[in-house]
Design a protein around this ligand. Structure first.
Ligand code: ADP
Ligand code: MG
Length: 240
């Protein structure tokens, strides 16, 4: 479903990604980890064209992401993205946050968008919070809203960029539980996370990045089970 082929990217003179390749099949859950600054966020932003790249090609569901004539709104509506800092609209209620893109991008009626939004809030256990504003919810609840908002667009894949890094520890699991359920239902997922418990339980594959390169791309059994390259081992020894 996602084919990343020999991607290289520069910010000015600084090469942030070097010859990165990976394939993510339908229904696969791939965890991307690696030290801060290794290019994880940049790589997943390339997948939904939030960042341009200079070399290589990314094919998402048969569409080449980087071409000038690619229909970006259509492409992005198929890829749900969840960020570290939730990025909810603070001036809109929770249900309005879920309705906005459904109406603007998918032309759903207000009734349709509301009903889909309520259904998804129920799924993440937050239907009672629909009329509240983001600032009135905990970080864990806001992140579950952000996931529900992404799902409201009926995406065929989800990208997560450190969805639990900004949360207090007691809220991490409520978000990971929603992600785990999504994975069990067969969603194709690319998750930047350092939650190795989640990786062990849910991932099919683990990609380890360092210095803008994909240094490891293997099954989770291999990643956790057999000795990895020196850098991956060093990284794991620090976070486990
Ligand atoms: P990670 O998500 O693994 O922490 P990032 O993809 O955010 O890494 O960043 C990779 C590198 O690119 C870092 O060295 C970062 O400072 C640099 N970088 C990120 N965004 C920009 C930008 N807009 N302009 C210049 N350099 C950037
Ligand atoms: Mg990052």
């Amino acid at each position: 479903m996602i084919s990343i082929k020999n991607i290289s990217k520069w910010y000015g003179d600084f090469q942030v990604l070097t010859d990165c390749s990976a394939d993510i099949k339908k229904g696969e859950v791939v965890v991307v980890c690696g030290p801060s600054g290794s290019g994880k966020s940049t790589l997943i932003k390339c997948v939904n064209a939030l960042e341009p790249f200079q070399k290589g090609e990314i094919i998402f569901d048969g569409t080449s992401v980087g071409l000038p004539d690619t229909d970006l709104p259509k492409l992005r509506s198929k890829i749900g993205m969840v960020f570290q800092n939730f990025e909810l609209f603070p001036h809109l209620s929770i249900i309005e946050n879920l309705m906005l893109a459904q109406q603007r991008v998918l032309n759903r009626s207000s009734d349709e968008a509301r009903s889909k939004g309520m259904q998804l809030l129920d799924r993440v256990g937050l239907s009672a919070q629909a009329a509240k504003f983001p600032g009135q919810l905990s970080g864990g609840q806001q992140q579950r809203v952000a996931i529900a908002r992404a799902l409201a667009m009926n995406p065929i894949a989800m990208l997560f960029d450190e969805p639990t890094s900004a949360l207090d520890p007691e809220m991490v699991n409520e978000v990971l539980d929603v992600m785990t359920e999504l994975a069990r239902e067969g969603m194709t997922m690319m998750c930047v996370t350092h939650e190795m418990g989640f990786a062990r339980r849910v991932a099919n594959r683990v990609i380890f990045m360092d210095g803008g390169r994909i240094e490891e791309d293997c099954s989770k059994e291999d990643f956790f089970g057999t000795p990895r390259g020196e850098r991956a081992q060093h990284f794991l020894s620090k976070i486990l």
